[in-house]
Design a protein around this ligand. Structure first.
Ligand code: SF4
Ligand code: SF4
Length: 237
């Protein structure tokens, strides 16, 4: 956010932001921005407390909106994973799933992205300060490519791009540098994941490779999980 953060600090009182200094986890606030997923029993209890103390609760980032990369555990045996990674798994108290905030408490707005951008967060704060509903992107990254007149990497280079099913907000950052989108902003509105999965197979990707494209940063988002798990089952048949 750079210097914009200083401007923001003049417009609002920042009462809890451990990384920036103020610590007051049980303060009553107008806006609570939540990062991270619910992956421990303590998280579940804490998010209910924050919800009770907040007028608006906004989840930001792939972990808070979709469960994040750590939600890969949702599709396998989490207990086995912990045991294979940690020398003393009995000290690790994590849930067998990583889930988004909205699965546990009412969320007023979700800002997708890994990570979200400063302008996204500032636009939301500004809208709320003016008393109007925040506006946020739901279009697909492809539309952003067209607006920028960026050459499509999937058409021109034959690389497997996730842009047709991914929500924009990044300004089609990766295609603008000639590389494929890997869906860090999560599913767009009405994505046709099945159709894209078939297109990726048409480009030569194996079912497992297609599954990995979907089961990634936002892999637990239902529409991505469905497409990815279907390909994974095919790969294991
Ligand atoms: S580069 Fe990717 S996001 Fe851009 S138009 Fe092509 S498929 Fe869509
Ligand atoms: S183009 Fe795709 S992977 Fe790249 S920043 Fe945007 S949403 Fe994320």
């Amino acid at each position: 956010m750079g210097e914009d953060f200083l401007t923001l600090a003049q417009l609002v009182d920042i009462v809890h932001f451990a990384e920036a200094g103020p610590v007051n986890p049980d303060a009553s606030v107008d806006i609570a921005f939540i990062e991270g997923s619910i992956s421990t029993p303590e998280d579940m209890e804490r998010i209910r407390r924050i919800r009770a103390n907040s007028r608006y609760l906004i989840s930001i980032g792939a972990c808070a909106t979709a469960g994040g990369l750590q939600a890969l555990r949702n599709f396998s045996n989490a207990t086995e994973w912990v045991a294979s990674i940690y020398a003393k798994p009995e000290y690790v108290q994590s849930l067998s799933t990583s889930t988004p905030i909205a699965q546990h408490v009412k969320v007023d707005l979700e800002l997708w992205g890994c990570p979200v951008t400063g302008p996204q967060v500032l636009a939301v704060v500004r809208a709320l300060l003016f008393g109007v509903p925040p506006w946020y992107e739901k279009d697909k990254v492809c539309l952003e490519c067209k607006r920028r007149q960026t050459v499509c990497v999937m058409v021109a280079q034959g690389v497997p791009c996730m842009g047709p099913v991914t929500r924009t907000g990044c300004g089609a950052l990766c295609p603008s540098f000639g590389r494929d989108c890997y869906a860090c902003y999560g599913p767009a509105e009405n994505p046709n994941a099945e159709s894209l999965a078939r297109r990726l197979e048409g480009l030569g990707l194996s079912p497992e490779a297609v599954a990995r494209r979907f089961l990634f940063i936002n892999g637990a988002a239902p529409v991505f999980a469905e497409a990815g798990l279907k390909r994974r089952e095919t790969a294991h048949d």
